[in-house]
Ligand binder design. Structure first.
Ligand SMILES: Cc1cc2nc3c(=O)[nH]c(=O)nc-3n(C[C@H](O)[C@H](O)[C@H](O)COP(=O)(O)OP(=O)(O)OC[C@H]3O[C@@H](n4cnc5c(N)ncnc54)[C@H](O)[C@@H]3O)c2cc1C
Length: 432
């Protein structure tokens, strides 16, 4: 029985330039793709469904079927460029054709007329964890929305830890080692290292290095805003969720938000620091894609609700109620549950300040100048010290790109190695 503690669903790990080159399957990670990438109940019976199959999705979207196809097809045709641009470090402007395509799509998410398509896109935009509608939310809807029809929204067989295991095994094969349970409280503890890459949020960096930082940079880090939070609940259930709309039973991911207006209202309330009456809930059913996850009559369900920054709410009751709205009887299937509030998330991982799982709010400004405005955002003013966390470009998610950009900056600045963009990293011989 495996519950994912943090991330569970991996469209970006399947599609990002880093992971495409690293090649997870070649490192033994099986990415299981559900037929339904994500579903979104709208009311007690109706649900909007994003199948991996584009045509099937369009067929279920009524008045918006043809529009969904026109919206998605050009993105799907150029998915590598779309993904590279949206997971870029924002220092290079995209080629004019891809820039025009992305601008038209980011601005065009509002063009849908039917409840279903609107709900689908708003549910994906809500992954931005902030006020909606927003350009950043639309950008996330474009990225993740089109990936549903290309690489899919996969779930790793055996759990997300398999991705970590693969990365650690590769590191070890190249002579590296990993120490866990070793909190760094002061940068001086790492003074022996020629180069340091810190997987820290701005707050964490200040905690370990504030006294060494120049005033301007320190002030800029202090100005970084943290956003709304996640309150997580894992359920152990006896059987699949008894969704009224049976198509939802095939979905790896389900967005519990209702119609677009309800999603927006909930996200606005939470961004304003208030608990939403009907909060947006992101839910994963890992066994839809990976039957190895459970045992007879024991299945994991992964969920989190969006809550205000720093909320200490135990979200068990609220998430249970949200699921029951669309799946009466769910409560009777629950054997056990484990809640981690937003404040407890921060205790678990200091990068999640106030439970903000993005490590810094994903606002338009903080998406472009992440964590602060600098040409090389991964480099800090301290000699040999770099940032590589989700608080740096391109932002949150399991895509490996923040680490890749930081590593490239290190190689360029510290070792004089200027790697071309198409450099095939990860293909060097392991240390024997
Ligand atoms: C509940 C939840 C669900 C999520 N779901 C998804 C999902 O389904 N798909 C997806 O793509 N993304 C998801 N994410 C987001 C994703 O997990 C993060 O964006 C990503 O892990 C960020 O990577 P990172 O390298 O910046 O830092 P992290 O993965 O946060 O790693 C930072 C590490 O540094 C450690 N650390 C912090 N301070 C110190 C210190 N002073 N000394 C030593 N160690 C320290 C932390 O304990 C942690 O282990 C989710 C996140 C959460 C919390």
């Amino acid at each position: 029985m495996v519950h994912d503690v943090c991330s569970a669903v991996h469209p970006m790990a399947a599609a990002s330039p880093f992971f495409r080159q690293f090649d997870l399957p070649a490192h033994g990670v099986q990415l299981c793709r559900p037929e339904v990438a994500y579903g979104h109940p709208i009311d007690e019976r109706r649900a909007a469904i994003a199948y991996a199959d584009l045509e099937r999705t369009c067929a279920g979207l009524g008045v918006d079927g043809a529009r969904w196809r026109r919206f998605m097809e050009p993105l799907i045709a150029r998915t590598d460029e779309v993904t590279e641009t949206l997971l870029g470090d924002f220092r290079h402007s995209p080629r004019p054709r891809i820039a025009a395509l992305l601008a038209s799509r980011v601005l065009g998410t509002g063009a849908f007329r039917g409840t279903e398509a609107r709900a689908l896109l708003s549910g994906v935009a809500a992954h931005a964890l902030g006020r909606l509608p927003s350009l950043v939310g639309n950008g996330i809807a474009v990225l993740l929305g089109h990936l549903a029809h290309t690489n899919g929204w996969p779930i790793p067989r055996g759990g997300t830890e398999k991705i970590t295991d693969a990365l650690v095994a590769d590191l070890r094969a190249h002579g590296g080692c990993v120490h866990t349970d070793a909190r760094v409280t002061d940068l001086s503890e790492l003074a022996h290292a020629r180069v340091v890459l810190l997987d820290l949020a701005p707050r964490g960096f200040l905690d370990v290095a504030a006294s060494s930082l120049p005033d301007g940079y320190r002030r800029a880090l202090r100005r970084v805003q943290y956003g709304p939070a996640a309150a997580k609940v894992d359920f152990l259930v006896t059987e699949p969720i008894p969704w009224r709309n049976t198509e939802l039973a095939q979905a790896g991911t389900v967005h519990l938000g209702g119609p677009r207006e309800a999603v927006y209202a909930a996200e606005r309330a939470v961004a304003a620091g208030k608990r939403a009456k009907e909060p947006y809930v992101l839910l994963a059913q890992p066994m839809v894609a990976d039957p190895s996850r459970g045992l007879p009559n024991k299945q994991p369900i992964w969920a989190y609700a969006h809550v205000p920054h720093g909320d200490s709410l135990d979200a068990t009751a609220v998430i249970r109620r949200r699921i029951e709205q669309y799946a009466p009887g769910f409560g009777d299937t629950v054997l056990a549950s484990r809640a981690v509030s937003a404040t407890e998330l921060e205790t678990y991982n200091a990068n999640y300040v106030g439970g903000d799982i993005a490590a810094a709010a994903v606002t338009m400004w903080q998406a472009l100048a992440r964590p602060v405005l600098r040409w090389d955002a991964h480099r800090t003013p301290l000699r040999g010290v770099y940032l590589c966390s989700a608080a740096t470009a391109p932002g949150p998610g399991v895509h490996g790109m923040s680490g890749l950009y930081a590593a490239k900056a290190v190689l360029r600045r510290e070792f004089g190695l200027d790697l071309p963009d198409d450099y095939r990293f990860g293909r060097t011989s392991p240390v024997s």
